[in-house]
Design a protein around this ligand. Structure first.
Ligand code: C2E
Ligand code: CA
Ligand code: CA
Ligand code: CA
Length: 278
């Protein structure tokens, strides 16, 4: 099924690249989708590698297109970014995610929620106030929200990004660097910005059980970040071998298909219940 989905997306992608009419149509469809609730949010667990418990979830947007079926965010998020649609899209995801988080908190699960931001948000000086309003609306403590930003997002307008990130942290929200290692940021840069979390990109993590260079890079990145007091999430943990290789760290969070792919809120709830009774 996954392969079929990939084939469909890539066929569709070729058309979309060469045909701007197609692209405009898709953009119009996305605008409509935002208005009539055709988007939804799924959640991927982030697991404490020592205890095996779910400590956070990442909200990931999904679009079930009426005519084309499911379209992955790698395809429509960039489209939204290049139009005005990324702002309403993020507002939608943030609102859904915080409503769900409030529910889990009410059920007694003290999770963090991670939400992805786009580069554009980091140059939007009104973002911190919007985030603060959303937290108030759902009565969620700011410290339970982690906003994920990419290195390219930060570097595209570094001065403004600095102001926005500091303002977010001033209201108590946490900030994570996503896809760490794929851009040009350095750890000293992270420290200057006072980042809360670093997510080591899955392209480094995936092969650590048989690529000694990747293993050195990942191990030393994790060590350095932890020494700086930055929380670390290793992305793309797909198998038990990778878990074993990373077992030496006292405090490390894992995310990947080995634990769970992105699933519905109901499936996360089931997971939390079974962890509680374990
Ligand atoms: P990301 O933020 O790096 O999210 C992680 C992606 O890796 C997700 O793909 C997830 O399904 C996938 N993944 C998780 N574990 C594994 C694993 O073990 N192996 C492999 N190969 N992949 C894994 P997804 O949901 O298709 O999202 C793709 C990208 O789209 C995200 O990458 C993020 O950049 C963007 N995106 C998704 N949702 C949102 C959103 O609500 N807002 C924004 N701005 N971007 C989003
Ligand atoms: Ca992310
Ligand atoms: Ca990532
Ligand atoms: Ca990514």
């Amino acid at each position: 099924h996954a392969k079929r989905e990939r084939d469909r997306i890539s066929t569709f992608d070729r058309k979309y690249d060469v045909n701007s009419v197609e692209r405009l149509q898709l953009l119009a469809d996305l605008r409509a989708a935002l208005e009539d609730d055709q988007l939804h949010v799924v959640y991927q667990p982030q697991v404490d590698m020592r205890s095996g418990r779910t400590v956070a979830v990442e909200a990931l947007v999904r679009w079930n297109h009426v005519g084309r079926g499911p379209i992955g965010p790698d395809h429509f998020v960039p489209l939204a970014e290049n139009s005005g649609l990324i702002l309403p899209l993020t507002t939608y995801v943030l609102d859904q995610a915080l409503a769900q988080l409030a529910q889990w908190h009410a059920d007694g699960y003290d999770l963090r929620m991670a939400v992805n931001l786009s580069a554009r948000h980091l140059s939007d000086l009104s973002l911190p106030q919007q985030v603060s309003n959303a937290l108030d609306a759902h009565a969620v403590p700011p410290s339970r929200l982690v906003l994920e930003v990419t290195e390219t997002g930060i570097l595209s307008d570094a001065v403004r990004a600095d102001v926005v990130i500091r303002a977010l942290r001033a209201i108590g929200v946490e900030v994570a660097i996503d896809d760490y290692g794929t851009g040009n940021a350095s750890l000293s840069y992270l420290r200057r910005l006072e980042i809360d979390e670093l997510k080591v990109d899955r392209s480094f993590v995936m092969n650590i059980h048989d690529d000694p260079h990747d293993l050195i890079i990942v191990n030393s990145t994790i060590e350095l970040a932890l020494a700086l007091g930055v929380r670390v999430v290793a992305e793309g943990i797909e198998d038990e071998r990778t878990v074993k290789v990373l077992a030496g760290f006292d405090s490390l969070i894992g995310q990947g298909y080995h634990f769970s792919g992105p699933v519905s809120a109901a499936q996360i709830s089931e997971r939390l219940i079974s962890e509680r009774s374990a």
